[in-house]
Design a protein around this ligand. Sequence first.
Ligand code: TMP
Ligand code: ASP
Length: 255
Amino acid sequence: MARRRRVYEGKAKILYEGPEPGTLIQYFKDDATAFNNAKHAIVTGKGVLNNRISEFLMTRLGEIGIPTHFIKRLNMREQLVREVEIIPLEVVVRNYAAGSLAKRFGLEEGSLLPRSIVEYYYKSDELGDPLVTEEHVTAFGWATYQELDEILNLALRINDFLSGLFTGVGLKLIDFKVEFGRLWDENDEMRIVLADELSPDNMRLWDIETNERYDKDRFRFGLGDLKQGYAEIARRLGILPEAGPADVRGTGTLQ
Ligand code: TMP
Ligand code: ASP
């Protein structure tokens, strides 16, 4: 295979130049990190599961009219996506108190919030992704008021749809993080689209009956085997890799 140019490497993914201008290949690594890289491990097979879960969720969202960067999955670890200009915000939507929100306001983990809450964090590993307000976002020019309005609207639609989808398979969507990007069409019209990934690395999913956690909190707080949790989510969604659990073991790229 010809060597591809690496455009960007993050904690859990690598972006390579795509086959056509305006496309990128998104490669899912097996690295698990928490607390801004303070905790790190290789969880063999995590990348395969996240690639598959993200493909599934992005496709379902595309079907209900949410614009996304996703084009198609290429293989076990890679997907083809549109190159977008990432808006440097982590947009978090919360339905139940957990994680940093529970800590900040002294709320019991798992308590239902009075309504869904959307928060913005400035994407900066050096600063530890600080919580920011609309004032910071617009004053520093990370996004305009109009873009923020669109982002809020999309984030709430994504939340409504995913909450229903997961309820259908016995899971509670506690909270999740998404990222958005700007995409220009052939007429130079700009659209905000869902980018990055949608996987259990970026969302909290609890069993509706038992409150068992299947997401990255297993790794963050040593609550159980991470891969087993992610595989359970994939199983409930009906998308365990085609050839069964053996598919999840390899670290290489299957072409
Ligand atoms: P938090 O409660 O730690 O602020 O996390 C809220 C949600 O955002 C949770 O579903 C995990 C996700 N998240 C990320 O995807 N990346 C991050 O860097 C952090 C801190 C949280
Ligand atoms: N995403 C961050 C990290 O990888 C923090 C977290 O998810 O807890 O370190």
